[in-house]
Design a protein around this ligand. Structure first.
Ligand code: SF4
Length: 213
């Protein structure tokens, strides 16, 4: 059984799959409290559902791409058999994780999108650094950047861990409504940083506060 906040079909908004239709399984609970978190409703709201029930709800949408997100999805033990079932159904499975829980038990076929928390999140001391040595070539690393300090932190981590050559993508995302994407883009261009600046495109398609999209 897993505690599920919501299951919905929408446009993938923040990864190299951005723009593609995707089914999202948002699991309840998170043990971090990032200052800019846009899904605090997932901290506590949710209902227990069996793995079969979740897989059925995903299959309704007849979509080859599914993302497990949260909250922090790796807090619930049954996320592992859920990932196995979804992989077994032939789907591409994405896992969005905050980067503070070990990723070593995630099935190899799953594409991990691993956050590195920057200082302005208030949670940078929780980063589980060994995760960066466990990235597969198809995985992605994401930094949510609020200010220049966050940008310089990200730039240093990317260089120190050689992330650009070890992951499929390094994503830099400005905190929506706080850091101008143009400012972030100009920093990236000035440094020739080997990253992708990405916007949370679902927040432009729908209102930034719309849930279930
Ligand atoms: S890890 Fe994700 S869900 Fe948890 S507080 Fe941070 S942004 Fe929110």
């Amino acid at each position: 059984m897993l505690t599920v906040n919501e299951i919905f079909y929408s446009i993938q908004g923040e990864s190299t799959r951005a723009g593609r239709p995707c089914v999202f399984v948002r699991l309840t609970a998170c043990d971090l409290r990032c200052t800019w978190c846009d899904t605090p409703y997932a901290f506590h709201e949710g209902h227990k559902r069996s793995i079969s029930d979740i897989v059925e709800a995903v299959e309704v949408h007849d979509c080859p791409l599914v993302e497990i997100t949260g909250g922090e999805p790796l807090l619930q033990e049954d996320v592992y058999p859920l990932m196995d079932r979804l992989i077994g159904s032939g789907r591409t499975v994405l896992l969005e994780t905050g980067g503070h829980r070990p990723i070593d038990r995630v099935p190899a076929e799953v594409v991990k999108i691993v956050d590195v928390k920057c200082p302005a999140s208030g949670e940078a001391d929780k980063n589980h650094w060994p995760n960066l040595a466990r990235l597969a070539a198809h995985d992605e690393v994401k930094f949510v950047v609020q200010d220049r300090g966050d940008y310089e932190f990200a730039r240093d981590v990317i260089a120190r861990h050689d992330l650009a050559s070890r992951a499929a993508a390094v994503l830099l995302s400005p905190v929506h409504g706080v850091l101008d994407a143009r400012v972030l883009s100009e920093w990236v261009l000035a440094d020739h940083l080997p990253v992708r600046v990405q916007l949370q495109i679902h927040k432009y398609i729908w209102s930034p506060t719309t849930r279930g999209v």
